[in-house]
Design a protein around this ligand. Structure first.
Ligand code: NAD
Length: 359
């Protein structure tokens, strides 16, 4: 097998701590499994701003384009909140998604049986849920122009963001969702606000047309975003694949993740035609950064997702998933998923336990 190149972007806050645990897994892959993985590292987010004056240095984009996959910790933090929006850490993340043309965000929300009690919802509502939120990632209101805040002649201020989707952008995310659904339960729910937003009326039309033309086996339904937010809490097991716009997906995927109990457990993939980026769904958690208590499992499961979707190493991915299950069976918990009678461990201890379970 040819050498695979992985670019590691620790970023900010707990990103720095959890990527150390990912590095341990990557080292295990090369040392114990003889897998040829070359790991490079680069700057992103507030850390990059502090060193270079920009949250996304050109060097990071160049290395990201050359890599087979990018593995990101998290960006952001209170330290950088007063900066101009154009150089905030989050711009680094939006920027690299755009630069690598990562238009499809896969966010699984699965409940680990050992953690079904960790959800704030009743166990019978969440046990067994397996939802994949497919979020459009490179367009929509986060990128549309015009945008910004301007001062009007009478002194009032006006803030503007613009929701834009073109047919080709909707086409490719719809196909991505249908392709994912074909490997799962063949059910797709497209979420929009077509009763109010013309742009998402177009979204609904294009999604419907593609399903009718090329995916007759898929059972397609449509739901307004406000109803979807409610249905996710009321009866989450009705969903298989949800496909939606950038902003609706941002919100609904966080909601779906909380059904599972902890955002510290969930990985994500952002895919383009040429590139891919894997990261935990959570942020840089400034409230616990530097304390060594962050849950590294979402990061470790992001490594597994990367092996499965980008590096063609499904058996190694299976081994990592099994090791995570083993440490949960052993009763090890970081503070965010702590339960009565379990043993609380820190970030490094949890990473070491996964390594030990890998053998
Ligand atoms: P967050 O996900 O960082 O934290 C939300 C809560 O979850 C916090 O209480 C935190 O302690 C906890 N948490 C998150 N990850 C955890 C983990 N692995 N283990 C244990 N607990 C964990 O979201 P936030 O507080 O809204 O944002 C903090 C910063 O992160 C902001 O600057 C935000 O812009 C940024 N952010 C970055 C990303 C990203 O890099 N992809 C995503 C979301 C937010």
């Amino acid at each position: 097998m040819s050498t695979k190149k992985v670019l590691l972007l620790p970023g900010d806050g707990i990103g720095q701590e959890i990527t150390e645990e990912a590095r341990k897994i990557l080292n295990w892959l090369t040392k114990s499994k003889g897998v040829a993985i070359e790991v490079e590292e680069a700057l992103i987010g507030g850390t990059a701003y502090d060193e270079t004056g920009t949250p996304l240095p050109d060097d990071t984009v160049t290395k990201g384009k050359a890599a087979d996959a990018v593995l990101l910790g998290a960006v952001g933090g209170t330290k950088w909140e007063s900066l101009d929006y154009s150089v905030r850490p989050e711009r680094g993340l939006l920027g690299i998604r755009k630069a690598l043309d990562l238009f499809c965000n896969l966010r699984p929300a699965q409940v680990f049986p050992q953690l079904a009690d960790a959800s704030t919802l009743k166990k019978e509502v969440v046990a067994g849920i397996d939802i994949m939120v497919v979020r459009e990632l490179s367009s929509g209101i986060y990128f549309g122009a015009p945008k910004g805040v301007e001062t009007l002649p009478d002194g009032r201020k006006k803030g503007v963001n613009t929701l834009v989707y073109t047919t080709d952008e909707i086409d490719r995310i719809a196909r991505a969702a249908f392709n994912v659904a074909m490997k799962r339960g063949k059910k797709v729910c497209s979420v929009d606000k077509a009763n109010v937003l013309e742009c998402t009326e177009l979204w609904r039309d294009v999604v419907t047309e593609i399903q009718g033309k090329d995916y007759p086996e898929i059972e397609l339904s449509h739901m307004y975003v406000d109803n979807a937010a409610m249905q996710l809490i009321r009866w989450p097991k009705q969903f298989d694949v949800i496909v939606t716009t950038n902003m609706f997906g941002d919100i609904l995927s966080d909601e779906a993740s909380m059904l599972t109990g902890s955002i510290g457990m969930l990985p994500s993939a952002s895919l383009g035609d040429e590139n891919a980026l894997y990261e935990p769904i959570h942020g840089s958690a400034p409230d616990i950064a530097g304390k060594g208590v962050a849950n590294p499992l979402a990061m470790i499961l992001s490594v597994s997702m990367m092996l499965r979707y980008s590096l063609g190493m499904a058996s190694e991915a299976d081994a990592i998933d099994a090791a995570v299950n083993t440490v949960l069976d052993q009763g090890l918990r970081t503070q965010d998923i702590m339960q009565d009678g379990m043993k609380q461990v820190g970030t490094a201890e949890m990473g070491d336990a996964v390594l030990a379970a890998l053998g």
